[in-house]
Design a protein around this ligand. Sequence first.
Ligand code: NAG
Length: 423
Amino acid sequence: MTACSMRPHRWPTWLCLLALCTLALASRPRPHSLKRRNPTYAPLSDQSLDALAVLSDRDEALDFDDPTSLLAKILVPRVSGTKNLTRVQELVEGHFSHLGWANEFDAKTPLGSKPMKNLVFTHDPSAPRRFVLAAHLDSKYFPTHPADQFVGATDSAAPCAMLLDLATALTPWLDERKKRVEELGGEEGREGQGETLQIVFFDGEEAFVDWTAEDSIYGAKHLAEKWSVTDTSPAPIQSTPKSPLRRISHFVLLDLLGAPNPLMRSFFPNTGWLFDEFLHSEERLGQAGLLWPGFEGNAYTERKGKIGVPERSFFVPRNAAGMQMHAGSIEDDHLPFMKAGVPIVHLIAVPFPSVWHTIRDAATALDLPTIKAWALILRLTVAEYLGLDPSIPPANANKKRKRDRSELVWPSLSASTQLFDGC
Ligand SMILES: *[C@@H]1O[C@H](CO)[C@@H](O)[C@H](O)[C@H]1NC(C)=O
Protein backbone atom coordinates (compact mmCIF):
# COMPACT_ATOMS: atom_id res chain seq x y z
CA MET A 1 0.00 0.00 0.00
CA THR A 2 2.75 2.42 -0.95
CA ALA A 3 0.43 5.29 -1.73
CA CYS A 4 -0.60 5.51 1.91
CA SER A 5 2.38 4.30 3.89
CA MET A 6 4.77 6.76 2.25
CA ARG A 7 2.88 9.65 3.75
CA PRO A 8 4.34 11.16 6.93
CA HIS A 9 0.98 10.97 8.64
CA ARG A 10 -1.36 8.00 8.37
CA TRP A 11 -4.44 8.11 6.23
CA PRO A 12 -7.71 6.81 7.65
CA THR A 13 -8.53 3.30 6.41
CA TRP A 14 -11.60 4.46 4.46
CA LEU A 15 -9.45 6.95 2.54
CA CYS A 16 -7.02 4.19 1.62
CA LEU A 17 -9.89 2.03 0.43
CA LEU A 18 -11.23 4.92 -1.63
CA ALA A 19 -7.79 5.49 -3.10
CA LEU A 20 -7.50 1.77 -3.90
CA CYS A 21 -10.86 1.77 -5.66
CA THR A 22 -9.90 4.90 -7.60
CA LEU A 23 -6.62 3.29 -8.63
CA ALA A 24 -8.41 0.10 -9.65
CA LEU A 25 -10.91 2.05 -11.72
CA ALA A 26 -8.20 4.22 -13.25
CA SER A 27 -6.11 1.21 -14.27
CA ARG A 28 -8.97 -0.47 -16.14
CA PRO A 29 -8.14 -0.43 -19.81
CA ARG A 30 -9.78 2.59 -21.45
CA PRO A 31 -9.31 3.72 -25.03
CA HIS A 32 -7.68 7.02 -24.11
CA SER A 33 -6.67 6.43 -20.50
CA LEU A 34 -4.45 9.17 -19.15
CA LYS A 35 -0.93 8.24 -18.25
CA ARG A 36 -0.42 8.76 -14.56
CA ARG A 37 2.99 10.20 -15.14
CA ASN A 38 4.77 11.63 -18.11
CA PRO A 39 7.54 9.15 -19.01
CA THR A 40 10.04 12.00 -19.38
CA TYR A 41 9.35 13.22 -15.85
CA ALA A 42 12.71 13.41 -14.09
CA PRO A 43 13.56 15.08 -10.80
CA LEU A 44 16.07 17.93 -11.07
CA SER A 45 19.31 17.96 -9.10
CA ASP A 46 19.79 20.48 -6.29
CA GLN A 47 22.30 22.29 -8.47
CA SER A 48 19.63 22.75 -11.11
CA LEU A 49 17.35 24.33 -8.57
CA ASP A 50 19.73 27.27 -8.23
CA ALA A 51 19.72 27.73 -11.99
CA LEU A 52 15.94 27.53 -12.01
CA ALA A 53 15.70 30.41 -9.57
CA VAL A 54 17.62 32.78 -11.84
CA LEU A 55 16.19 31.79 -15.23
CA SER A 56 14.37 35.11 -15.41
CA ASP A 57 13.76 38.08 -13.20
CA ARG A 58 10.45 37.14 -11.70
CA ASP A 59 9.76 40.73 -10.69
CA GLU A 60 9.41 41.69 -14.35
CA ALA A 61 6.37 39.53 -14.65
CA LEU A 62 5.05 39.42 -11.14
CA ASP A 63 5.84 42.59 -9.17
CA PHE A 64 2.38 44.06 -9.29
CA ASP A 65 3.51 47.23 -7.47
CA ASP A 66 5.62 48.05 -10.51
CA PRO A 67 3.25 49.39 -13.18
CA THR A 68 5.52 48.03 -15.94
CA SER A 69 5.18 44.45 -14.73
CA LEU A 70 2.99 42.02 -16.63
CA LEU A 71 0.83 41.32 -13.63
CA ALA A 72 0.21 45.03 -13.05
CA LYS A 73 -1.04 45.28 -16.61
CA ILE A 74 -3.31 42.27 -16.20
CA LEU A 75 -4.58 43.67 -12.92
CA VAL A 76 -7.36 45.77 -14.49
CA PRO A 77 -11.08 45.12 -14.85
CA ARG A 78 -11.15 42.87 -17.91
CA VAL A 79 -14.64 41.57 -18.51
CA SER A 80 -15.23 39.54 -21.68
CA GLY A 81 -16.20 41.78 -24.54
CA THR A 82 -14.54 44.92 -23.16
CA LYS A 83 -11.59 46.91 -24.54
CA ASN A 84 -9.66 46.17 -21.41
CA LEU A 85 -9.76 42.45 -22.05
CA THR A 86 -8.76 43.07 -25.67
CA ARG A 87 -5.71 44.95 -24.40
CA VAL A 88 -4.85 42.17 -21.99
CA GLN A 89 -5.24 39.61 -24.76
CA GLU A 90 -2.88 41.67 -26.90
CA LEU A 91 -0.44 41.82 -24.01
CA VAL A 92 -0.51 38.03 -23.69
CA GLU A 93 -0.24 37.52 -27.43
CA GLY A 94 2.56 40.06 -27.66
CA HIS A 95 4.40 38.34 -24.84
CA PHE A 96 4.30 34.94 -26.49
CA SER A 97 5.05 36.49 -29.85
CA HIS A 98 8.15 38.09 -28.34
CA LEU A 99 9.16 34.69 -27.03
CA GLY A 100 8.54 33.16 -30.45
CA TRP A 101 5.38 31.44 -29.28
CA ALA A 102 2.66 33.32 -31.11
CA ASN A 103 1.99 30.42 -33.37
CA GLU A 104 -0.90 28.10 -33.62
CA PHE A 105 1.04 25.12 -34.78
CA ASP A 106 4.45 23.95 -35.89
CA ALA A 107 4.67 22.48 -39.36
CA LYS A 108 7.23 19.80 -40.08
CA THR A 109 8.88 20.98 -43.28
CA PRO A 110 11.89 19.56 -45.10
CA LEU A 111 13.76 22.53 -43.63
CA GLY A 112 12.78 21.68 -40.10
CA SER A 113 9.93 22.71 -37.88
CA LYS A 114 8.35 26.06 -38.81
CA PRO A 115 5.92 27.94 -36.62
CA MET A 116 2.75 28.81 -38.53
CA LYS A 117 -0.52 30.58 -37.91
CA ASN A 118 -3.68 30.79 -39.96
CA LEU A 119 -5.85 33.86 -39.51
CA VAL A 120 -9.58 33.23 -39.52
CA PHE A 121 -12.13 36.03 -39.26
CA THR A 122 -15.83 35.50 -39.02
CA HIS A 123 -18.23 38.39 -39.30
CA ASP A 124 -20.94 36.74 -37.24
CA PRO A 125 -19.58 33.75 -35.32
CA SER A 126 -23.09 32.84 -34.16
CA ALA A 127 -24.30 32.16 -37.72
CA PRO A 128 -24.74 28.44 -38.37
CA ARG A 129 -23.04 28.45 -41.79
CA ARG A 130 -20.07 30.19 -43.38
CA PHE A 131 -19.34 31.47 -46.85
CA VAL A 132 -15.56 31.27 -46.88
CA LEU A 133 -13.20 33.39 -48.96
CA ALA A 134 -9.55 32.52 -48.60
CA ALA A 135 -6.04 33.32 -49.79
CA HIS A 136 -2.59 32.56 -48.50
CA LEU A 137 -0.60 35.23 -46.73
CA ASP A 138 2.85 33.61 -46.73
CA SER A 139 5.31 34.20 -49.54
CA LYS A 140 7.55 31.52 -50.90
CA TYR A 141 10.97 30.81 -49.46
CA PHE A 142 13.76 30.54 -52.01
CA PRO A 143 17.17 29.21 -51.07
CA THR A 144 18.66 30.67 -54.26
CA HIS A 145 18.01 34.31 -53.48
CA PRO A 146 17.28 35.88 -50.13
CA ALA A 147 13.77 35.15 -48.94
CA ASP A 148 13.41 38.81 -48.05
CA GLN A 149 13.41 39.78 -51.73
CA PHE A 150 10.52 37.71 -53.03
CA VAL A 151 7.23 39.47 -52.24
CA GLY A 152 4.78 37.22 -54.09
CA ALA A 153 2.70 40.10 -55.43
CA THR A 154 0.18 37.89 -57.20
CA ASP A 155 1.09 34.99 -54.92
CA SER A 156 -0.83 36.03 -52.90
CA ALA A 157 -0.36 39.60 -51.64
CA ALA A 158 -2.91 41.05 -54.05
CA PRO A 159 -5.60 38.43 -53.31
CA CYS A 160 -5.10 39.08 -49.57
CA ALA A 161 -5.48 42.82 -50.09
CA MET A 162 -8.65 42.17 -52.09
CA LEU A 163 -10.04 40.27 -49.12
CA LEU A 164 -9.14 43.14 -46.78
CA ASP A 165 -10.92 45.51 -49.14
CA LEU A 166 -13.91 43.21 -49.31
CA ALA A 167 -14.19 43.23 -45.53
CA THR A 168 -13.91 47.02 -45.42
CA ALA A 169 -16.56 47.47 -48.10
CA LEU A 170 -19.10 44.94 -46.83
CA THR A 171 -18.79 45.23 -43.05
CA PRO A 172 -21.47 47.95 -42.67
CA TRP A 173 -23.92 45.88 -44.72
CA LEU A 174 -22.96 42.70 -42.97
CA ASP A 175 -23.61 44.50 -39.68
CA GLU A 176 -26.98 45.65 -41.03
CA ARG A 177 -27.85 42.15 -42.17
CA LYS A 178 -26.89 40.71 -38.79
CA LYS A 179 -29.21 43.24 -37.16
CA ARG A 180 -32.04 42.18 -39.48
CA VAL A 181 -31.44 38.53 -38.65
CA GLU A 182 -31.52 39.34 -34.96
CA GLU A 183 -34.72 41.33 -35.35
CA LEU A 184 -36.37 38.39 -37.06
CA GLY A 185 -35.70 36.51 -33.90
CA GLY A 186 -33.10 33.89 -33.04
CA GLU A 187 -33.80 30.51 -34.57
CA GLU A 188 -36.15 31.68 -37.30
CA GLY A 189 -33.91 34.54 -38.40
CA ARG A 190 -30.82 32.39 -38.48
CA GLU A 191 -32.57 29.61 -40.35
CA GLY A 192 -33.61 32.06 -43.06
CA GLN A 193 -30.26 33.82 -43.44
CA GLY A 194 -27.98 31.30 -41.94
CA GLU A 195 -24.70 32.30 -43.55
CA THR A 196 -22.02 34.70 -42.56
CA LEU A 197 -18.85 35.79 -44.30
CA GLN A 198 -15.69 34.13 -43.10
CA ILE A 199 -12.28 35.23 -44.35
CA VAL A 200 -9.26 32.99 -44.03
CA PHE A 201 -5.62 33.89 -44.50
CA PHE A 202 -3.65 30.68 -44.73
CA ASP A 203 -0.11 30.25 -43.59
CA GLY A 204 2.37 27.82 -45.15
CA GLU A 205 0.82 27.42 -48.58
CA GLU A 206 4.19 27.39 -50.28
CA ALA A 207 6.55 24.45 -50.33
CA PHE A 208 9.88 24.95 -48.64
CA VAL A 209 11.76 22.66 -51.03
CA ASP A 210 9.72 20.86 -53.69
CA TRP A 211 5.95 20.85 -53.86
CA THR A 212 4.68 17.51 -52.58
CA ALA A 213 1.61 16.49 -50.60
CA GLU A 214 3.78 16.76 -47.49
CA ASP A 215 5.74 19.89 -48.38
CA SER A 216 2.88 22.32 -49.18
CA ILE A 217 -0.38 23.84 -47.91
CA TYR A 218 0.59 23.36 -44.26
CA GLY A 219 -1.96 25.88 -42.99
CA ALA A 220 -4.85 24.51 -45.02
CA LYS A 221 -4.12 20.93 -43.98
CA HIS A 222 -3.95 22.02 -40.35
CA LEU A 223 -7.20 23.96 -40.51
CA ALA A 224 -9.17 21.29 -42.40
CA GLU A 225 -8.02 18.71 -39.87
CA LYS A 226 -8.88 20.97 -36.96
CA TRP A 227 -12.29 21.74 -38.42
CA SER A 228 -13.15 18.11 -39.10
CA VAL A 229 -13.79 17.38 -35.44
CA THR A 230 -17.24 17.66 -33.95
CA ASP A 231 -17.90 21.06 -32.52
CA THR A 232 -18.96 20.71 -28.91
CA SER A 233 -19.77 24.38 -28.37
CA PRO A 234 -23.48 25.24 -28.22
CA ALA A 235 -25.01 25.28 -31.72
CA PRO A 236 -26.65 28.54 -32.87
CA ILE A 237 -29.66 26.63 -34.20
CA GLN A 238 -30.82 23.03 -34.21
CA SER A 239 -29.85 22.40 -37.82
CA THR A 240 -26.27 23.63 -37.35
CA PRO A 241 -23.89 21.11 -38.87
CA LYS A 242 -21.82 19.34 -36.29
CA SER A 243 -18.32 20.17 -37.52
CA PRO A 244 -16.87 23.50 -38.66
CA LEU A 245 -16.07 21.89 -42.03
CA ARG A 246 -19.73 21.01 -42.58
CA ARG A 247 -20.65 24.58 -41.73
CA ILE A 248 -18.87 25.87 -44.84
CA SER A 249 -21.46 26.43 -47.56
CA HIS A 250 -18.88 27.37 -50.20
CA PHE A 251 -15.15 27.85 -50.13
CA VAL A 252 -13.76 30.39 -52.60
CA LEU A 253 -9.99 30.33 -52.90
CA LEU A 254 -8.15 33.26 -54.51
CA ASP A 255 -4.63 32.75 -55.79
CA LEU A 256 -2.25 34.21 -58.38
CA LEU A 257 -4.42 37.25 -59.05
CA GLY A 258 -3.51 40.87 -59.70
CA ALA A 259 -1.71 40.66 -63.05
CA PRO A 260 -3.55 41.81 -66.19
CA ASN A 261 -5.71 39.49 -68.28
CA PRO A 262 -6.21 36.57 -65.90
CA LEU A 263 -8.21 33.55 -66.99
CA MET A 264 -10.46 31.72 -64.52
CA ARG A 265 -11.96 28.32 -65.17
CA SER A 266 -14.67 26.39 -63.43
CA PHE A 267 -13.01 23.27 -62.10
CA PHE A 268 -15.91 21.82 -60.18
CA PRO A 269 -19.32 21.08 -61.75
CA ASN A 270 -21.11 21.27 -58.38
CA THR A 271 -20.12 24.92 -58.00
CA GLY A 272 -20.54 25.83 -61.66
CA TRP A 273 -23.49 28.05 -60.79
CA LEU A 274 -21.38 30.15 -58.42
CA PHE A 275 -18.60 30.40 -60.98
CA ASP A 276 -21.27 31.69 -63.39
CA GLU A 277 -22.29 34.28 -60.82
CA PHE A 278 -18.74 35.64 -60.73
CA LEU A 279 -18.83 35.78 -64.53
CA HIS A 280 -22.20 37.57 -64.45
CA SER A 281 -20.87 40.04 -61.90
CA GLU A 282 -18.03 40.94 -64.24
CA GLU A 283 -20.47 41.30 -67.14
CA ARG A 284 -22.92 43.49 -65.27
CA LEU A 285 -20.24 45.74 -63.75
CA GLY A 286 -18.71 46.08 -67.21
CA GLN A 287 -22.04 47.00 -68.78
CA ALA A 288 -22.62 49.54 -66.01
CA GLY A 289 -19.28 51.16 -66.89
CA LEU A 290 -17.96 50.54 -63.38
CA LEU A 291 -15.33 47.92 -64.06
CA TRP A 292 -12.89 49.93 -66.17
CA PRO A 293 -13.52 53.56 -65.34
CA GLY A 294 -11.50 55.83 -67.62
CA PHE A 295 -11.41 53.22 -70.36
CA GLU A 296 -14.38 53.73 -72.62
CA GLY A 297 -15.99 50.90 -74.49
CA ASN A 298 -14.29 47.58 -74.82
CA ALA A 299 -11.41 48.61 -77.00
CA TYR A 300 -7.93 47.34 -76.33
CA THR A 301 -6.07 50.22 -74.74
CA GLU A 302 -2.41 50.72 -74.16
CA ARG A 303 -1.69 52.34 -70.84
CA LYS A 304 1.88 52.91 -69.67
CA GLY A 305 2.94 49.72 -71.36
CA LYS A 306 0.23 47.78 -69.60
CA ILE A 307 -3.07 46.60 -70.86
CA GLY A 308 -6.09 48.71 -70.00
CA VAL A 309 -9.45 47.21 -70.76
CA PRO A 310 -8.82 43.52 -71.20
CA GLU A 311 -9.62 41.98 -74.54
CA ARG A 312 -11.73 39.35 -72.91
CA SER A 313 -13.51 38.30 -69.76
CA PHE A 314 -11.57 37.04 -66.73
CA PHE A 315 -13.79 33.96 -66.87
CA VAL A 316 -13.75 31.15 -69.40
CA PRO A 317 -17.39 30.19 -69.98
CA ARG A 318 -18.12 26.72 -68.73
CA ASN A 319 -19.14 25.41 -72.13
CA ALA A 320 -15.97 26.67 -73.83
CA ALA A 321 -13.76 24.14 -75.57
CA GLY A 322 -10.73 23.07 -73.59
CA MET A 323 -12.35 24.04 -70.32
CA GLN A 324 -11.58 20.64 -68.80
CA MET A 325 -7.88 20.97 -69.57
CA HIS A 326 -6.80 21.82 -66.05
CA ALA A 327 -9.79 20.58 -64.15
CA GLY A 328 -8.91 19.45 -60.67
CA SER A 329 -5.20 19.21 -61.40
CA ILE A 330 -4.10 22.38 -59.65
CA GLU A 331 -2.94 21.75 -56.13
CA ASP A 332 -3.66 24.57 -53.75
CA ASP A 333 -5.10 25.37 -50.32
CA HIS A 334 -8.54 24.10 -51.34
CA LEU A 335 -7.40 20.46 -51.53
CA PRO A 336 -7.97 19.31 -47.94
CA PHE A 337 -11.36 21.04 -47.95
CA MET A 338 -12.29 19.56 -51.32
CA LYS A 339 -11.36 16.08 -50.08
CA ALA A 340 -13.67 16.65 -47.12
CA GLY A 341 -16.54 17.38 -49.49
CA VAL A 342 -16.64 21.17 -49.16
CA PRO A 343 -17.91 22.86 -52.37
CA ILE A 344 -15.02 24.80 -53.94
CA VAL A 345 -14.60 27.70 -56.34
CA HIS A 346 -10.94 28.12 -57.23
CA LEU A 347 -10.22 31.57 -58.58
CA ILE A 348 -6.70 31.13 -59.90
CA ALA A 349 -5.19 32.47 -63.09
CA VAL A 350 -4.55 29.65 -65.56
CA PRO A 351 -2.10 29.86 -67.18
CA PHE A 352 -0.25 31.14 -64.13
CA PRO A 353 1.09 34.70 -64.37
CA SER A 354 4.38 34.67 -66.31
CA VAL A 355 6.16 36.01 -63.22
CA TRP A 356 5.07 33.05 -61.09
CA HIS A 357 7.73 31.96 -58.57
CA THR A 358 10.25 34.44 -59.95
CA ILE A 359 11.66 37.56 -58.37
CA ARG A 360 9.53 39.46 -60.89
CA ASP A 361 6.35 38.58 -59.00
CA ALA A 362 6.56 42.05 -57.48
CA ALA A 363 4.57 45.29 -57.63
CA THR A 364 5.68 45.70 -61.25
CA ALA A 365 3.66 42.58 -62.13
CA LEU A 366 0.47 44.03 -60.69
CA ASP A 367 -2.11 46.02 -62.59
CA LEU A 368 -4.14 48.33 -60.38
CA PRO A 369 -7.22 48.57 -62.67
CA THR A 370 -7.29 44.76 -62.80
CA ILE A 371 -7.05 44.49 -59.01
CA LYS A 372 -9.78 47.10 -58.59
CA ALA A 373 -11.95 45.25 -61.08
CA TRP A 374 -11.45 42.09 -59.02
CA ALA A 375 -12.45 43.95 -55.87
CA LEU A 376 -15.76 44.98 -57.46
CA ILE A 377 -16.45 41.51 -58.83
CA LEU A 378 -15.90 40.08 -55.36
CA ARG A 379 -18.07 42.74 -53.71
CA LEU A 380 -20.97 42.14 -56.05
CA THR A 381 -20.88 38.36 -55.95
CA VAL A 382 -20.46 38.16 -52.18
CA ALA A 383 -23.14 40.81 -51.59
CA GLU A 384 -25.51 38.83 -53.79
CA TYR A 385 -24.59 35.55 -52.20
CA LEU A 386 -25.36 36.88 -48.73
CA GLY A 387 -28.39 38.93 -49.74
CA LEU A 388 -26.78 42.26 -48.88
CA ASP A 389 -28.18 45.43 -50.42
CA PRO A 390 -25.56 48.19 -50.62
CA SER A 391 -28.13 50.63 -52.06
CA ILE A 392 -29.55 51.04 -48.57
CA PRO A 393 -26.87 52.94 -46.68
CA PRO A 394 -26.44 51.47 -43.22
CA ALA A 395 -27.06 53.96 -40.46
CA ASN A 396 -23.47 54.23 -39.27
CA ALA A 397 -21.55 53.31 -42.42
CA ASN A 398 -19.86 56.65 -42.95
CA LYS A 399 -18.85 57.08 -39.37
CA LYS A 400 -17.16 53.71 -39.45
CA ARG A 401 -15.36 54.32 -42.72
CA LYS A 402 -13.85 57.61 -41.56
CA ARG A 403 -11.38 55.98 -39.25
CA ASP A 404 -7.63 56.14 -39.41
CA ARG A 405 -6.25 54.05 -42.29
CA SER A 406 -4.29 51.80 -40.00
CA GLU A 407 -7.47 50.92 -38.16
CA LEU A 408 -9.24 49.76 -41.28
CA VAL A 409 -7.37 46.50 -41.35
CA TRP A 410 -9.85 43.85 -40.29
CA PRO A 411 -7.52 41.23 -38.90
CA SER A 412 -6.52 43.36 -36.00
CA LEU A 413 -7.25 42.01 -32.58
CA SER A 414 -8.20 45.49 -31.49
CA ALA A 415 -10.78 45.88 -34.26
CA SER A 416 -12.94 43.34 -32.52
CA THR A 417 -11.92 40.18 -30.80
CA GLN A 418 -15.38 38.88 -31.53
CA LEU A 419 -14.39 38.62 -35.18
CA PHE A 420 -11.48 36.40 -34.36
CA ASP A 421 -12.45 32.80 -34.51
CA GLY A 422 -9.04 31.54 -33.57
CA CYS A 423 -6.97 29.10 -35.49
C1 NAG B 1 -10.32 49.40 -17.75
O1 NAG B 1 -9.16 49.47 -16.94
C2 NAG B 1 -8.97 50.69 -16.25
C3 NAG B 1 -7.69 50.60 -15.49
O2 NAG B 1 -6.60 50.46 -16.37
C4 NAG B 1 -10.13 50.97 -15.35
O3 NAG B 1 -9.95 52.22 -14.71
C5 NAG B 1 -11.42 50.96 -16.13
O4 NAG B 1 -12.50 51.10 -15.28
C6 NAG B 1 -11.55 49.67 -16.92
N1 NAG B 1 -12.71 49.74 -17.77
C7 NAG B 1 -13.67 48.83 -17.77
C8 NAG B 1 -14.80 49.08 -18.69
O5 NAG B 1 -13.66 47.85 -17.08
